[in-house]
Design a protein around this ligand. Structure first.
Ligand SMILES: NC(=O)c1ccc[n+]([C@@H]2O[C@H](COP(=O)([O-])OP(=O)(O)OC[C@H]3O[C@@H](n4cnc5c(N)ncnc54)[C@H](OP(=O)(O)O)[C@@H]3O)[C@@H](O)[C@H]2O)c1
Length: 184
């Protein structure tokens, strides 16, 4: 079977690092991304590479900026000329504050990383995914709150499932994995 390539944004820490590690372990080529330098990302890169079956690349890109988004797309295309098979738009930030205390600059930063970057990356990569007939969007729901935090390994397992043939009929939908918090 052809080895697929996954681009995981925000894979220098937390959830993205867990997802990148799982995908590498399962035999995907992995392109990691973060805004920190390669030197500062070394520990994360080493973690992903340590159990990887195929290639692991790192691209430094500040996804709050247009230059960063363009540069990530360019580098990912150079690593994987046919276009990546899987895009995990994980990079993001949270800023919890009363609305009156949130500056316009902070708002713009949040929108840039959490919304604009995923939009840009999807618009860049999805056309070629469609040609491969592999674009997927999913939805899951649970109405009983667990009261427990979601584990990185659970998200990684979900991503692995979404990348598998078993998920081929799940499309045009969104997924929530929050222990039932929203449903409550
Ligand atoms: N953890 C939670 O409970 C939770 C709940 C709901 C949603 N989320 C969302 O899930 C995602 C991951 O959360 P997490 O807890 O794993 O966060 P995290 O540990 O803070 O990781 C965030 C990742 O995003 C990258 N990133 C941040 N700003 C960036 C930028 N300007 N350009 C490129 N990369 C950037 C960081 O890389 P660098 O440091 O190298 O820039 C890092 O790899 C986020 O989008 C978060 O909002 C998390």
């Amino acid at each position: 079977m052809e080895t697929k390539t996954a681009l995981v944004t925000g894979s220098t820490s937390g959830i993205g690092l867990g997802v990148a590690t799982s995908l590498a372990q399962k035999g995907y080529h992995v392109i990691m991304c973060g805004s920190r330098s390669k030197e500062d990302a070394l520990e994360a890169i080493t973690q992903v590479k340590s159990s990887a079956l195929h290639s692991v690349h790192y691209v430094q890109a500040d996804l709050k900026t247009e230059a960063g988004m363009v540069s990530l797309c360019k580098e990912a295309d150079s690593i994987c000329p046919g276009g990546v098979d899987i895009l995990v738009n994980n990079a993001g930030m949270q800023h919890v504050t009363p609305v009156e205390d949130c500056s316009l600059a902070k708002w713009n930063e949040i929108v840039a990383i959490n919304l604009t970057a995923p939009f840009y990356l999807i618009s860049h990569f999805v056309p070629r995914m469609k040609q491969k007939d592999e674009a997927k969007k999913r939805l899951f729901c649970d109405s009983q709150p667990t009261g427990k935090p979601v584990q990185v390994s659970q998200i990684a397992d979900l991503v692995l499932f979404l990348c598998s043939p078993g998920a081929d009929s799940m499309t045009g939908t969104s997924l929530v994995m929050d222990g039932g918090t929203i449903a409550k």
